[in-house]
Design a protein around this ligand. Structure first.
Ligand SMILES: [Zn+2]
Length: 371
């Protein structure tokens, strides 16, 4: 899944390769990939615009278009932009739709083509007309927290973490606090800061927060230098994959030796996502560990029991009314009944703190990622 460094790499690629190109025609092969406006308007309005500069905000790419319009791209799970040097035939396009999941095709005046590919169709592209604020159309942008590379201060984090009983890992994934950090870079910066992902955010000392802040910035900066992380479904604009994965300290290294102490890297589930950590470099109290395991077991039991499943659905619905953030327990896991509160707190819908899409339309809400 593209995170800040990957999205930054794509934005830089757009700046380098797309500026000045003019859209000759637009073809939408999958209606769901267009966020705004409706498809026929999207195609009509985009035609004739030239591309200006691209910038990144969180995991969104905002491309300025001629006449003060904008194009916003959110790649989410598997979206990517691919620049084709030559135009493709209808036959080639039909094949590319099957093999590469092309969802939107823009034919450019130069004869090149910009393809938006998205296997899982979680990503979106919005056209924002002149005179309208980007945040108004793409509401996920309005709720984003600070940009880690430019605006992240220790004071801000101390304030944001205060009183938070949820695990620090979940807090780092919360896009309304820090924009752009996903699973990989949360795991990596926590390792480098020597903080266990289960640690409640509100219990961290100022010195720990200060180290964590520095590690977040250094990990993201290094990854941008390496061109983002190579993942199965990530490819930057020019089709060259990044190389951060090989440099990862803990991410994706379960059962392998820690680069610092040799201990076996462990993995646990938090907020529906895998968390990787070194048990020696990132120690955690037995109490926290046991609470997490108990909560994980309760969740497992609930999933295998149909009646409990129904209860879970009800409480999931309830949590949407209230704030998903407020209802998170220290383990970030879900309890199935409100009676079972205990040290694990209440519940967390998988992916609720993952995307900056909390405020987005219903169509996307149902598709929270659970990887
Ligand atoms: Zn270690």
């Amino acid at each position: 899944m593209p995170e800040l460094p990957e999205v930054e790499t794509v934005a830089r690629g757009l700046n380098e390769f797309l500026q000045g190109e003019v859209v000759r025609s637009v073809e939408v092969l999958r209606v769901d990939s267009v966020g705004y406006p409706e498809v026929s308007q999207f195609k009509k309005l985009l035609r004739g615009h030239s591309f200006g500069s691209a910038r990144r905000r969180g995991k969104y790419i905002v491309v300025s278009l001629s006449e003060n319009a904008s194009l916003v791209v959110h790649l989410r799970m598997s979206g990517r932009l691919v620049l084709k040097e030559k135009s493709v035939t209808a036959k080639q396009l039909a094949l590319l739709e099957k093999t590469n999941f092309v969802r939107i095709r823009m034919v450019l005046e130069s004869g090149r083509e910009l393809h938006y590919e998205d296997m899982r169709v979680f990503g979106r592209i919005w056209y924002v007309p002149a005179g309208t604020a980007v945040e108004k159309i793409v509401t996920g942008i309005a709720s984003l927290g600070v940009e880690p590379l430019t605006d992240l201060t220790v004071d801000y984090l101390v304030e944001a973490f205060r009183g938070k009983n949820q695990p620090i890992k979940n807090t780092l994934l919360d896009q309304t606090i820090i924009a752009g950090i996903g699973n990989i870079y949360a795991d990596e910066s926590l390792f480098l800061a020597g903080i266990n992902p289960l640690q409640p955010a509100g219990k961290l000392k100022r010195e720990q927060i200060s180290v964590l802040r520095d590690k977040i910035i250094s990990v993201l900066t290094r990854s941008i230098e390496l061109g983002g992380t190579t993942l199965r479904d990530y490819q930057n604009l020019t089709g060259v994959n990044g190389d951060y994965q090989n440099a990862a300290m803990v991410y994706g290294r379960e059962a392998e030796g820690c680069h610092q102490c040799g201990s076996s890297i462990e993995r646990l589930k938090l907020a529906g996502r895998s968390s990787h950590f070194c048990p020696r470099c990132q120690p955690v109290s037995n109490t926290l560990r046991r609470a997490h395991e108990a909560a994980a077991q309760a969740l497992k039991d609930a999933r295998s029991e149909p009646s409990a499943k129904a209860t879970m659905k009800v409480s999931l619905r309830k949590s949407k009314v209230g704030s998903a953030k407020a209802s998170q327990g220290p383990t970030g896991l879900m309890n199935t009944t409100s009676r079972k509160k205990g040290p694990t707190g209440k519940m967390n819908t998988a992916g609720a703190n993952e995307g900056p899409t909390g405020k987005m339309n219903k169509r996307m809400e149902g598709k929270a990622d659970t990887r």
